[in-house]
Design a protein around this ligand. Structure first.
Ligand SMILES: [Mg+2]
Ligand SMILES: [Zn+2]
Length: 192
């Protein structure tokens, strides 16, 4: 008898950046690391993810690069600032960014699953034990395409997205913010 394939060992959370981990003013493209602000519960959520053994990834559409509003280096500086602010709560394993404008029709812009598939392969992530959290339907669709659990947060664009898509949103759960999402995930894992 051939051995069954070994299950991918790690569980992960794939987090949207703007409007989920750090504050976003809808319509404003953040490119200055000095302007990075965490939501007040982000730090606590990261601590919970770490304690529960989740690897943390950021998966972000940064079309401001493709639109020529800021450079990839500026986006990387914002990412570095975010990671520094969260360092004492939990490490960010990796940040994946799509730098393209929508009209470039790239293969990586969420909701396309490419960035998530790369993470699953490179870091040996089990999608069935993993979650995508974001404030837009494109985050939820991204998570569903990967076979992961999905949580919509009501920070930034979340409320407007919920009102716009209603049942079409198809998130497994809607929570007030990232900490609410972390608590939901831990409850689900505990079978509550
Ligand atoms: Mg967002
Ligand atoms: Zn792209």
């Amino acid at each position: 008898m051939p051995k069954p394939p070994r299950k991918a060992p790690f569980k992960a959370v794939l987090l949207d950046r703007d409007g989920t981990v750090i504050k976003e003013k809808p319509g404003v493209y953040l490119s200055d690391p000095a302007k990075v602000r965490l939501y007040k519960n982000t730090f606590a959520a990261f601590k919970l993810f770490k304690k529960a053994g989740y690897k943390i990834f950021i998966v972000s559409n940064q079309s401001g690069i493709g639109r020529g509003y800021f450079s990839a280096a500026q986006a990387a500086a914002v990412n570095a600032r975010m990671a520094a602010l969260l360092k004492k709560a939990a490490p960010i394993k990796a940040v994946y960014c799509c730098p393209h404008a929508p009209q470039e029709h790239c293969a990586c812009r969420k909701p396309a699953p490419q960035m998530g598939l790369q993470i699953i392969a490179k870091y040996k992530i089990d999608p069935e034990k993993s979650f995508v959290i974001g404030d837009k339907k494109s985050d939820i669709d991204f998570g569903r395409a990967l076979g992961m659990g999905t949580v919509l947060v009501l920070t930034a664009n979340g409320r407007a997205q919920r009102a716009k898509y209603k049942r079409e949103l198809r998130a497994d759960k809607i929570t007030r913010d990232l900490l609410g999402a972390a608590k939901y995930i831990l409850q689900k894992e505990a079978g509550l």
